[in-house]
Design a protein around this ligand. Sequence first.
Ligand code: SF4
Length: 63
Amino acid sequence: MKTPKIDKDKCIACGLCPSIGAGTFRMNEDNTKAEVYDPAGDEEAMVQMAIDSCPTQAISWEE
Ligand code: SF4
């Protein structure tokens, strides 16, 4: 199964991915990084949209 992965060094905490894929992504407790809390929380197309929208290309698929 393909699962999304966030490169925390690249994430600038813009908040976009949780707003697109709220079932998959969320901000961490202090709002400084995004994290994947449910790899199967959204349709693949929504996750792909979050990947494509990330301004720093911090999200990628992991096989
Ligand atoms: S869209 Fe990219 S930069 Fe923005 S919070 Fe998500 S991983 Fe971080």
